[in-house]
Design a protein around this ligand. Structure first.
Ligand code: DGL
Length: 271
């Protein structure tokens, strides 16, 4: 049985994994959490598979040694679709991944045309091909890389204005591919993207004239449920605030203070 003070480690390249954290806090409010943002490696989506795999496996190994978590969650679709298997092989604790919520989107779609927004690296992964083969047979999955949304989400959490033209272009380009006009479910296949969900929904309906019934889906609640299921019966004793650690210069976390405080984190710390 895990030490009650042992944390859950949530890992992402940046602030995107906070969407998973928010969902986790709803189901396990008492659990101690260490959130690790690899700001020195951000963004992952433009890196090669080898670069992402080496970085994620190396960092999670060192972080697990240092923080002794009871469970690690790779709260990043790019890192999970590339390196989940490898990380599971090297860590001795349960590792939960984050993969695009294609299955729930297929269930939610009436038209059978589903959009997927992710990073460049995520949308080309064989893991996504497998999800498509398993759940989208006879239907259509339109994939579009929207790396600009990662930067906009990082800006938003630092209190900076979001560039709506970047969001609009991502949605318009997705809809312009294949039979996009029939699309009625869009998977936000990067943990950063749900941070922009309100803006995306608004732009889709009011700027692009999409039906207000088009659903934007992400996997955060499902991942939180999976973590809570794996930790069922364990006790939790948080001493103080949750911790937010970053790789690289701490100055890159500047501006995040209100977003962190609102979520129950202490000030950013260097890893
Ligand atoms: N949050 C990450 C994801 O879910 C990726 C952002 C990045 O490109 O680093 O894919």
């Amino acid at each position: 049985m895990a030490d009650p003070a042992s944390p859950i480690l949530l890992f992402d390249s940046g602030v995107g994994g906070l969407t998973v954290y928010d969902a986790l806090r709803d189901v396990l409010p008492q659990a101690p959490v260490i959130y690790a943002a690899d700001l020195a490696g951000l963004p992952y989506g433009t890196k090669t598979e080898a670069q992402v795999a080496a970085r994620v496996a190396g960092l999670l190994g060192r972080m697990t040694e240092r923080y002794q978590p009871r469970l690690a969650c790779i709260a990043c679709n790019t890192a999970s679709t590339i390196a989940l298997g490898m990380v599971r092989d090297v860590l001795e604790i349960p590792v939960v991944g984050t993969v695009p919520a294609i299955k729930p989107a297929v269930l939610a779609s009436k038209s059978g045309v589903i959009g997927l927004l992710g990073t460049q690296a995520t949308i080309r992964q064989p893991y996504v091909d497998q999800l498509e083969a398993e759940f989208v047979a006879g239907k259509t999955l339109l994939r579009h890389a929207a790396p600009g949304l990662v930067e906009e989400a990082e800006k938003k959490l630092r209190g900076q204005a979001v560039d709506r033209t970047v969001l609009r272009a991502a949605l318009a380009d997705l809809a312009a591919s294949g039979n996009g006009a029939a699309m009625d479910a869009v998977v936000l296949g990067c943990t950063h993207f749900p941070l922009l969900k309100d803006e995306l929904q608004h732009i889709a309906t009011f700027d692009l004239g999409w039906s207000p019934d088009v659903r934007f889906l992400d996997g955060a609640a499902g991942i939180a449920g999976r973590i809570s299921h794996l930790l069922e019966g364990q006790s939790f004793a948080r001493k103080g605030l949750n911790r937010f650690v970053v790789t690289g210069p701490i100055a890159r976390a500047a501006g995040l203070e209100p977003a962190l405080a609102a979520r129950g984190f202490g000030p950013a710390e260097a890893f």
